[in-house]
Design a protein around this ligand. Structure first.
Ligand SMILES: [Zn+2]
Length: 253
């Protein structure tokens, strides 16, 4: 097979030898690509900056049949995402996005929507504006791309429109009305504003979603709801979430 060309975002980078790296990228065309990049010339860091985590790169590579590692022959940054690297808060959110994408995707299993959501979210983070809101948009869109969108416009049990307070449970996949809520999987109370915000983001384009406002109360509810939902579907704690918690307790995020 000949050389393949793709556009990808660097999820991880390992130092292999003095002039070699293992790069893990999420590409639009081929999904996750994991490969060795050899012969990275000195002096660093001007070459190393080409493939830092979060960089959007143009990459040329060969698929290797008998190896889990492809051979990357060229990797060049098109967007280093400099704007988001100057803020610790934004950098931690960006690492969280990348970690989520890495943890649920397989090598060579393309999902262009996931690439577009990751790229769009990194771009959004780089612009001014609330990093927390970008995180909500990313999570809601990302769950949708995986086919795990929580149902928030109607009760998951009886399909009735929910007016007023509803109850969310990750196991049932969305919100329940007061009548259908049972003691076994009680669910956390969710206000109508929260359900409406999530539903609006689910239906909006990425660049419009950025401008949908939410109140502090809705933000806190959504955080609890999405955290439990993501833990339920990903099935293991996300490392960067712990860091986000530490940052927010220290007042930095
Ligand atoms: Zn119901």
């Amino acid at each position: 097979m000949g050389v393949l060309e793709a556009e990808g975002i660097v999820l991880r980078k390992y130092y292999l030898r003095e002039t070699s790296y293992i790069l893990v990228l999420y590409t639009r065309e081929f999904g996750k690509v994991r490969g060795v990049l050899k012969g990275v010339r000195k002096p660093f860091p001007q070459f190393a900056a080409n493939f830092e985590m979060l960089s959007l790169c143009r990459v040329l590579f060969y698929k290797k049949k008998k190896s889990v590692l492809d051979l990357i022959t060229h990797c060049e940054a098109k967007d280093y995402h400099r704007a988001l690297r100057s803020s610790l808060e934004k950098l931690v959110y960006a690492s969280y996005f990348v970690e989520l994408v890495d943890s649920v995707t397989q090598d060579h299993d393309p999902n262009p929507l996931i690439f577009d959501i990751l790229r769009g979210s990194l771009d959004m983070l780089g612009r001014a504006g609330g990093a927390k809101r970008v995180r909500r948009v990313f999570e809601i869109k990302f769950l949708g791309a995986l086919g795990f969108s929580p149902q928030v416009d109607r009760c998951v049990k009886c399909s009735s429109d929910v007016e007023g307070k509803s109850f969310f449970s990750a196991a049932s996949g969305g919100i329940m009305c007061g009548g259908c809520r049972d003691d076994k999987n009680g669910g956390m109370p969710v206000s109508l504003g929260t359900a409406k915000f999530i539903s609006k983001i689910q239906r909006s384009e990425m660049d419009r979603a950025e401008h949908i406002k939410l109140s502090r109360e809705v933000g806190l509810e959504i955080e609890k709801m999405l955290d439990s939902f993501i833990r339920y579907h990903i099935g293991r704690p996300v490392r960067s979430l712990k860091l986000l918690g530490d940052l927010s307790r220290s007042g930095m995020a």
